[in-house]
Write a new protein. Sequence first.
Length: 94
Amino acid sequence: MIENLTNLIIAFSNVNINNKMIVFAALFVVGTLLYKFMDDWKFSKYYNDMKKQKDKEIERLADDNRRFLEIYLNRFGVDQKQIEKMSVTNAKGE
């Protein structure tokens, strides 16, 4: 195995590397990193937008639930204390 590594090092030492090749390699690395950062930025923006939309939908559903409990159950003669006990917002569970 050491012999194979030695041969690999010798093969790389025989490669003629000039300034153009170094600049190309550096630009390739920088371009790859920029592409990765832009891709991550787009994904995080998409994720944050979806999270905001989900939070809005949860709030809308909670408002609908409150309206149902306050308006419709009140029409059927359910008093306010029972409505508060059935409310999802009642964290005590009383």
